[in-house]
Design a protein around this ligand. Structure first.
Ligand code: NAD
Ligand code: DAU
Length: 340
């Protein structure tokens, strides 16, 4: 059973100009009219102020700053009743090429936020990933649960695992009021063109061939980003203090199947892509068992038809070239350098 319901009024969303954080800000504005949101975002290469443009100024305030900046946190945290922490370096391939920013933002940044939460006594929800559990074999019927041991594979996932551990230690030692969620692969609008689905869609839109790593057999458990947002809101407001909840929507698919769906929907032959070098240490399969969140807190995803969600995502990238074009050339140059 859930503890008492927590009713937030004034929350900080870190990373609210990124893909999933901005979706959460839209979700709160659209569904919870009594809540004010302060977005704290450093606007790294992955952050885009356009993602929250047009939201009402009396509901959303933007603060341009870094989560590692303790003085800034002292200025903005008082007066808020919760932090929902999305800000991160989020891309595995970048973490392999240059791990240091991942240590800084994902580990030190989480530490700074926890210290601010300790000082000002407010709630904290930590947004994490299923990658902390490592991977499953392709033929293993098992799924990750909240009790699966941590076994991260990449610099990215090891820093996310470290940040989860900090949250647990600060909760037990200092009695902080925290919750953690670990979600599977998100898709939807506003995702950076470095990620699998947007990269392939925008390659096709630019007349370039999509790029598939390794043998294309790796499985990801896709969830629409709006379902991630509703899951985080449910945990923030109804979750038990100190608990972890997995968020997933039974969306397992291997990469080659997803790519073929994209090619077909965009009128391309199903073999019109390039096989490229595999990612070092590439996790084979992720799969989430979200029974705890569904049965204890009554959450249920609504975007359960992957094909129609993918079609809508293709339409969004087709209609919003001005949003992704500025980032495309530099992203592909980086991939070319890595042989991907
Ligand atoms: P993203 O890379 O699209 O966005 C990250 C945002 O954080 C950007 O707006 C960036 O400017 C901001 N940021 C980065 N470093 C910062 C710092 N030091 N201070 C302040 N802001 C900073 O990431 P995303 O894909 O939206 O992921 C958001 C969160 O969700 C991450 O914590 C990630 O680990 C987690 N997550 C992602 C997925 C996924 O499929 N993408 C799945 C599960 C969990
Ligand atoms: O599982 C949750 C995680 O999902 C999040 O924690 C991460 O922040 C998020 O980036 C995502 O990680 P992945 O590494 O699974 O996502 P990515 O989009 O980079 O890749 C998805 C799969 O597609 C993976 O098996 C690698 C493969 N891939 C990726 C790219 C960019 C390709 O085959 N070709 C590509 O061009």
């Amino acid at each position: 059973m859930a503890d008492e319901v927590f009713i937030p009024h004034n929350i900080i969303v870190t990373g609210g100009c990124g893909f999933i954080g901005s979706n959460f800000v839209h979700y709160v504005v659209n569904n919870h009219p009594d809540v004010h949101v302060t977005v704290l975002d450093a606007l790294t290469y992955a952050g885009n102020i356009e993602n929250i443009a047009g939201l009402p100024a009396d509901r959303v305030e933007f603060v341009h700053g870094n989560i590692c900046d303790a003085e800034l946190l002292d200025k903005i945290v008082p007066g808020h009743d919760a932090i929902v922490h999305y800000a991160a370096e989020s891309h595995n391939d970048n973490s392999i090429a240059d791990p240091e920013p991942f240590l800084k933002t994902n580990v030190e940044g989480t530490f700074r936020l926890l210290e601010a939460v300790r000082k000002y006594g407010i709630r904290y929800h930590h947004v994490s990933t299923d990658e902390v559990y490592g991977d499953l074999a392709l033929d293993d019927p098992a799924k990750f649960t909240e009790s699966t041991p941590y076994h991260p594979s990449s610099p990215y996932s090891s820093t996310k695992a470290a940040s989860d551990m900090l949250v647990r230690a600060w909760t037990r030692t200092y009695g902080l009021k925290t919750t953690i969620s670990n979600c599977s692969n998100n898709y939807g609008p506003y995702q950076h063109v470095e990620k699998f689905i947007p990269r392939q869609i925008t390659n096709i839109l630019e007349g370039e061939r999509p790029k598939l790593y390794g043998r294309g057999e790796n499985v990801r458990d896709w969830i629409h980003t709006e379902d991630h947002s509703s899951g985080v809101w449910t945990i923030l407001t109804k979750g038990r203090i100190g608990e972890t909840y997995l968020i997933g929507a039974n969306g397992e698919k291997n990469n080659i199947d997803v790519l073929r769906m994209i090619l077909k929907m965009m009128g391309q032959p199903e073999d019109a892509f390039d096989w490229v070098k595999d990612r070092p240490g590439h996790d084979r399969r992720y799969a989430i068992d979200s029974t705890k969140l569904r049965t204890e807190l009554g959450w249920t995803p609504t975007h359960t038809d992957f094909e129609s969600g993918l079609k809508a995502t293709i339409d969004w990238y087709t209609d919003n070239r001005q949003w992704w074009e500025p980032a495309k050339a530099a992203t592909e140059a980086k991939y070319r350098q890595q042989g991907q």
